[in-house]
Design a protein around this ligand. Structure first.
Ligand code: AMP
Ligand code: MG
Length: 520
């Protein structure tokens, strides 16, 4: 029933593995992966899948909806060529070195080479314990799995570099979680997401062997990563490594710039959650900006210091890259290339930030004065409590609609603030209009380009939570509806206005909508 996929399991073939095979959590030294099989579940059932991802892997729609598919992606069966393993990594969590972490509940199934020659690693999240599970159960609840599944695909369609999701499978087994770590554990529905990426290597994969002085392993991993994941990089020896680190820095900057463009807050930017490919990875307590607020984080675990707040993500990424640089230093001949890489991060970030300003405001280039224009707008948006997505979408239509400022009405969360802050918006719009006079684009062209970077639909926290609440009660239709809307986030989709609305009042302080913990 299922197709024959071509597997090329380079990670386990070429890199040192764990010689021990006994179950149970343990410290794994001198190895980058451990062989471990998914633990079967009671009743695997496909809830949803990404048609695009299934197709690019070589599954037909009939195959994706087959019983065999649910068995494989629920962890109850393997396809020919699959080899299952968990990888070993460490990480800096909330600024502190945490030692060995590893895939505690992610089990890779192998690397597929598809008909287009692309490499896609398949990885089950929530498939049972691994040697890296520490005291946890290796499982995932439906709520967090829905969020990871939907957001991976939504981000992809928004044009943000991200790991993908193939499937969301219900396990039929309960999973107990204390959602807010407040002594109220409860049984929830269990689920497994199959996520997909060319590589799941993280900064932490390099940090761990480095922290242990395992320079041989570290060297092997660096060479492997460059060879498999950065084939476009030419050159040799130290130059090649320098180019590679610079490329990692540049990609990370581009990724964070996309987050800032669409209003995405990762929530847990620990170095074990940073992909070497510059992909958004590990969708946990992430969130989307409703009312514009650089101070906001959805992660309740980070409530006190707000280390991973929206407006700080670019700085944190730099800090994380500095950790990576430090981990690489023992096997680099000198630290200059690492410093140059970190500088490349800063340069790429500045350029990407300017490109965002020009694109979001609809100008061909970002001039010095535009930095101030955007800064003032951000200040106003914060004070006026306006919805980021609705505001920029309305601004995109301004040039052709000529109905300002009433067209911004839907973006306000607070009526008093709307009245009070509208005159300031008007004066900002006058400055903006003057600036646009010296931009050579036609109004139509500007509108078209702005609409291609300012999405109409994002995976608002309350929308995902509604889909979760319904699925918990047995109705999974909203998961499918959201998956479908988010396939075309830049298009107006008549009849689907409700997915573009600002956060309703009931969601302001509701768990899952504005407050999320790491418990998943
Ligand atoms: P996260 O904060 O989700 O990135 O997870 C940090 C670390 O905890 C990773 O090593 C995860 O594999 C591990 N982890 C999180 N949840 C579980 C779980 N339910 N079972 C085993 N390991 C887990
Ligand atoms: Mg993680």
């Amino acid at each position: 029933m299922l197709p024959e996929l071509r597997f090329d399991n380079a990670f386990v073939r070429e890199l040192p593995g764990d010689s021990e095979t006994s179950p149970g959590p343990r410290e794994v030294r001198g190895a980058l992966h451990s062989s471990v099989a998914p633990l079967p579940v009671s009743a695997p059932r496909l809830i949803a899948h990404s048609a695009e991802m299934a197709e690019s892997l070589g599954f037909s729609e009939i195959q994706a909806n087959s019983r065999e598919f649910a068995d494989v992606f629920g962890g109850n069966a393997l396809m020919d060529g699959m080899q299952t393993y968990a990888t070993n990594y460490g990480g800096h969590q909330f600024g502190n070195w945490a030692g060995q972490l590893g895939d505690g509940r992610a089990i890779s199934l192998g690397e597929v080479l598809n008909s287009a020659g692309q490499r896609w690693e398949l990885q089950l999240k929530g498939a049972g314990p691994t040697p890296y599970s520490r005291r946890a159960d290796g499982r995932a609840v439906l709520r967090s799995s829905v969020r990871e599944f939907l957001c991976s695909e939504a981000m992809h369609h928004l044009g943000v570099p991200t790991t993908r999701a193939l499937s969301l499978v219900a396990t039929g087994d309960p999973v107990v979680r204390d959602m807010f770590y407040d002594g109220h554990p409860a049984a929830e529905k269990g689920a497994i997401v199959c996520r997909v990426a060319p590589s799941f290597i993280r900064f932490g994969n390099f940090e761990l062997p480095s922290s242990r002085g395992e320079n041989g392993v570290l060297n092997q991993l660096i060479d492997f990563t460059i060879r498999r994941d950065f084939p476009e990089l030419q050159g040799k020896g130290e130059d090649l490594r320098a180019d590679w680190f610079g490329e990692v820095c540049a990609r990370t900057a581009v990724m964070v710039a996309h987050w800032m463009r669409v209003g995405f807050v990762h929530g847990v930017m620990n170095t074990d959650n940073m992909s070497i490919l510059g992909l958004t990875i590990d969708y946990g307590p992430y969130g989307w900006i409703d009312n514009f607020d650089p101070e906001w984080t959805p992660n309740t675990t980070d409530r006190q210091h707000r280390r991973y707040r929206f407006g700080q993500q670019a700085q944190v990424a730099h800090w994380n890259l500095a950790c990576l640089a430090q981990a690489l230093a023992p096997v680099f001949g000198s630290i200059e290339p690492l410093q140059a890489g970190l500088q490349r991060y800063i340069d790429t970030w500045m350029a990407a930030d300017r490109a965002n300003i020009a694109a979001k405001l609809g100008m061909l280039e970002c001039r010095e004065e535009d930095l101030v224009l955007m800064q003032d707008l951000h200040g106003w948006m914060t004070a006026a409590e306006v919805d980021m997505t609705i505001f920029f979408r309305a601004l995109s239509d301004l040039a052709t609609a000529q109905r300002a400022p009433e067209m911004f009405a839907a973006a306000f969360y607070d009526d008093a603030k709307r009245q009070q802050m509208t005159p300031i918006l008007q004066s900002w719009l006058s400055r903006y209009a003057v600036r646009l006079e010296s931009d050579p684009q036609s109004a139509e062209r500007r509108c078209e380009r702005m609409r291609a970077v300012n999405p109409r639909y994002v995976l608002r926290n309350w929308l995902a939570q509604q889909a979760i609440d319904m699925a918990d009660a047995g109705d999974e239709s909203e998961i499918h509806a959201l998956l479908d809307v988010m396939r075309h986030p830049y298009d107006d989709q008549p009849g689907r206005e409700r997915f573009a609305q600002r956060r309703p009042d009931w969601a302001r302080n509701k768990a899952g909508c504005s407050m999320l913990s790491c418990s998943s």
